[in-house]
Design a protein around this ligand. Structure first.
Ligand SMILES: Nc1ncnc2c1ncn2[C@@H]1O[C@H](COP(=O)(O)OP(=O)(O)OP(=O)(O)O)[C@@H](O)[C@H]1O
Ligand SMILES: O=C(O)[C@@H](O)C(=O)CO
Length: 425
């Protein structure tokens, strides 16, 4: 069966966020990790979200991986591909949102690309091209302290232009509120002026419904889950798919032990760990010692091994912005990030080898490293734990079926970890 909608996600948590949104809005969706092996069949699926780990790699590497995923999706019938980026537009002046969008647009035959990270359900809105995170401009939000891509400019027209070859325009809220015809006309006018991408404002879901309808008529869009919502609703409205995607199969109990591994240093994750610490054992890794080469990894595995048969445990590298800056100043931003991701992935892998079947990971890069380490090829999408975070059921991995949740750094309420474990039996 042909895929109705394809998506290339720039990280794994973002992929599960989008897969959750598409499922909630009526598309039967599977999340794959990279391009799936031909032996994995996905009958009766409307949408496939290919998870890549290309948010924080060199732009040429991101472009090459995205192009391959795009070819695979188009080869399976996807007439529209959504390049799923972070709702906080995580990127740097070197990319990768601009270079990947331009490469995919070129492969699709050119044309202006509609782009918006708006996702109102999680407080991400775009007005006059400026991104607000829970009402605060992006550059004043906790994203200003992100360990890998601190965001210092809320004007996305400017941000995207700095990482693009082509010029970037704006489709403002006044135009979006006039409906699909007005948006199309504006895109046509921007394209006639040589613009190759346009940031679109969106404050409410109805704005994303308008943008989804317009985007669906084009081969490519760039956005977060909000645009996914718009695309899914447009497909359902057009009668091209069912209006209900069942998640009950994905949530069947798996038993086994449960653990949480956190590498996200976002304000939300730090609070969630603090709250969880009141009811479960938490090991805070000493990341300075870890980077200095001491045996923190074995110590963490032993610590968890002694406790987790009695109750779920949390192992966290997560630290406050001042600790992160200190470490980065000494070891470099990328080197420290990657070394800690490798450590948390090793710890998670060893916990799974010791009987963990229900695993929650906090942080996009952290999730990517862990899922790769576990060799998981794909996920079925279960019910939502919190906006943007579904329960996932692994498909095709050697450890047998597991339940997982990949939590984007900034997502989830204060009791996210308790809520996740309550749904994963
Ligand atoms: N104590 C620490 N000091 C420095 N870096 C750390 C520390 N703990 C974790 N890190 C690194 O910070 C980065 C956090 O990125 P990650 O994508 O996992 O979380 P996030 O950015 O909050 O999540 P998302 O991408 O979903 O928004 C990782 O590279 C991780 O290894
Ligand atoms: O869009 C978001 O905010 C998330 O899905 C994400 O990509 C964080 O890694």
């Amino acid at each position: 069966m042909a895929i109705l909608l394809g998506s290339i996600a720039d990280d794994y948590t973002g992929a599960s966020d989008l897969a959750n949104t598409l499922t909630k809005n009526g598309l039967r969706t599977v999340q794959t990790v990279g391009i799936p092996d031909p032996s994995l069949a996905f009958p009766g699926v409307d949408a496939v979200v290919v998870s890549l780990k290309i948010r924080s790699v060199a732009a040429d590497e991101a472009v090459a991986a995205a192009r391959k995923a795009d070819q695979w999706l188009r080869g399976r019938g996807a007439a529209h591909v959504l390049y799923k980026i972070c709702s906080t537009f995580d990127s740097t002046d070197a990319g990768n949102i601009g270079p990947v969008t331009e490469a995919l647009a070129q492969a699709a035959g050119g044309g202006i690309v509609l782009a918006t990270p708006a996702f109102p359900e999680t407080g991400r809105t775009v007005y006059l091209g400026h991104l607000f995170v829970n009402g605060r401009p992006l550059n004043e939000s906790p994203l200003k302290d992100h360990p890998l891509n601190p965001m210092h400019d809320a004007n996305l027209v400017r941000v995207l232009a700095r990482q693009s070859q082509g010029a970037v325009g704006l489709v403002n809220l006044a135009t979006v509120s006039m409906g699909p015809a007005a948006v199309k006309e504006r895109l046509g006018a921007l394209s006639a002026r040589g613009m190759t991408a346009a940031i679109a404002d969106a404050v409410f879901e109805r704005d994303l419904e308008v943008l989804g309808e317009v985007a669906l008529e084009t081969p490519l869009s760039t956005g977060a889950s909000g645009l996914g919502l718009g695309l899914a609703r447009a497909l359902v409205r057009a009668g091209r798919t069912s209006t209900h995607a069942d998640t009950s199969d994905a949530i069947r109990p798996v038993g086994g032990l449960a653990a949480i591994v956190a590498g996200s240093c976002s304000a939300a994750t730090l609070k969630q760990i603090e709250v969880a610490e009141r009811s479960m054992p938490v090991l805070r890794l000493d990341t300075e010692k870890l980077l200095a080469g001491s045996d923190e990894i074995s110590a963490a595995i032993a610590w968890a091994g002694e406790r987790m048969s009695a109750a779920p445990v949390i192992v966290a590298a997560s630290a406050s912005p001042d600790v992160v800056s200190r470490l980065q100043a000494r070891y470099g931003r990328e080197a420290s990030g990657h070394a800690i991701e490798a450590a948390t992935a090793t710890i998670a892998g060893e916990l799974v080898a010791r009987g963990v079947k229900r695993l929650v990971i906090a942080g996009g890069e952290t999730s990517g490293a862990t899922v790769d380490r576990l060799g998981i090829p794909a996920f079925l999408i279960g019910p939502e734990i919190a906006p943007g975070v579904p329960v996932l059921r692994t498909i095709g991995n050697s450890q047998g079926e597991m339940l997982m949740a990949l939590k984007s750094g900034n997502f989830g309420g204060e009791d996210f970890f308790g809520a996740a474990l309550a749904m994963m039996r």
